[in-house]
Design a protein around this ligand. Structure first.
Ligand SMILES: [Fe+2]
Ligand SMILES: [Fe+2]
Length: 300
C-alpha cells in the first residue's frame, strides 16, 4: 500500500499585520519589517500560498510535512494569522510542522508564538512535546527536528543541540529496527556545504554524523528557497536530501516560483520505493501543475 506525503516550506505568509513591528519590541524586527516592505512582499504572495494549500488538498495526500518559515518577523499577530492559515489544512493530525528561523526571529514567549503550533508537533512516542517529535503514520515515521532559535542581527542559522542529536540517534536506530521508513524533516539543510555559513546550522557536522551513522530513508528541508537535491553518503547508507522552493514565491524573482513535492512511498519486495512528483506554480495558468517526476535511489 502506498503512503503519500506532501512537502512544502517557507510560505513567509503576508501581509505583515498592522502594528506587528511594535508588538514586543525588538530592534531586529525593524530590520526584518524594512526588508519585507522594500523587497520580500513583492515576491512572497499569500494568494500563491493559498493556491498551494488548495492544490495539496486536491491531491488528497495521506499526510503533509511543513518545514517552517510560516511567518516573517515573529510578531505575535503573525502567529495568529499563520495558525488560521495552517488550520485551513484541517486537522493537526494531518500536518506535521517543524519551525524555521523566521518563526524564531526574535525571542517571544511560547504562548504568543510557536506554542500555538504545538498540536502540529506532538511527539506520539513520548506522548509529550519532547524533540525531535516523532509521528507514526502507517509504516512511515516522521521525525521532526526543531533547530530554530533567535540569531544575531543578520544571522539566519540554527542549532539542533546535543539533546536532540542524542535522541535522534536513539530513535533512528529503534525505528529502523521496528521496520519504519524514517523521514527526517528539518528547516535548515542538514549537512555542511548545503547553504552559506551565515544561514547554516551551527552543528550541521554533528547532525550529518548521526545521519551517516544511523541512516534514514529521506531527509526533507526548506530554508534555501531553492529546489535542492543532495545526498548524505557513508559506508553504510545513502540518504536522499531534498529541499523545496518557497511556497509563496511569485515568478520573476531570483528564486524559483513556488512548488511542493509529493512523495509516494511503498514497501515492495523488501525494499523501499519512493516516487517524487514535483508540483510547480505556473503564473500564466494561475495554478500548480506537474513538473519533473523521478524515483529516489538510496532508500533501503
Ligand atoms: Fe525562508
Ligand atoms: Fe529559513
Amino acid at each position: 500500500m502506498t503512503f503519500s506525503l506532501a512537502h512544502f516550506s517557507d510560505p513567509h505568509l503576508g501581509p505583515l499585520p498592522k502594528g506587528a513591528v511594535l508588538q514586543d519590541f525588538a530592534f531586529k524586527k525593524i530590520i526584518g519589517a524594512a526588508s519585507w516592505h522594500m523587497n520580500r512582499k513583492k515576491h512572497h504572495l499569500p494568494q500563491i500560498a493559498d493556491a498551494l494549500r488548495a492544490d495539496i488538498l486536491a491531491a488528497n495526500p495521506d499526510h503533509v510535512a511543513f518545514t517552517g518559515d510560516l511567518v516573517n518577523i515573529s510578531a505575535a499577530a503573525e502567529f495568529d494569522q499563520g495558525l488560521k492559515w495552517l488550520n485551513g489544512f484541517g486537522s493537526s493530525d494531518f500536518v506535521s510542522f517543524t519551525p524555521g528561523n523566521h518563526d524564531a526571529y526574535v525571542k517571544l514567549p511560547l504562548a504568543k508564538g510557536l506554542g500555538k503550533f504545538s498540536n502540529y508537533m506532538t511527539n506520539e512516542i513520548a506522548k509529550d512535546e519532547s524533540l525531535p517529535f516523532i509521528r507514526l503514520r502507517r509504516n512511515v515515521a516522521l521525525i521532526g527536528i526543531h533547530a530554530a532559535c533567535p540569531q544575531l542581527l543578520l544571522g539566519a542559522g540554527g542549532t539542533v543541540g546535543t539533546d536532540q542529536l542524542q535522541k535522534l540517534d536513539t530513535n533512528l536506530q529503534s525505528l529502523r529496527e521496528r521496520g519504519f521508513y524514517r523521514l527526517v524533516m528539518i528547516h535548515h539543510p542538514p549537512a555542511p556545504g548545503m547553504t552559506s555559513n551565515i544561514r547554516s546550522l551551527s552543528d550541521a557536522s554533528a547532525l550529518e554524523a548521526v545521519l551517516k551513522k544511523q541512516g534514514a530513508e529521506l531527509v526533507i528541508h526548506g530554508h534555501n528557497h531553492q529546489r535542492n537535491f543532495n545526498e548524505i553518503v557513508s559506508d553504510t547508507t545513502r540518504i536522499p536530501v531534498l529541499g523545496v522552493p518557497s511556497a509563496s514565491m511569485a515568478a520573476g524573482s531570483n528564486h524559483p516560483p513556488a512548488a511542493w513535492n509529493r512523495y509516494d512511498i511503498e514497501r515492495y519486495k523488501g525494499t523501499w520505493k519512493t516516487h517524487v512528483q514535483i508540483r510547480n506554480w505556473n503564473a500564466e495558468a494561475n495554478s500548480f501543475s506537474d513538473g519533473d517526476s523521478f524515483n529516489l535511489e538510496g532508500a533501503s
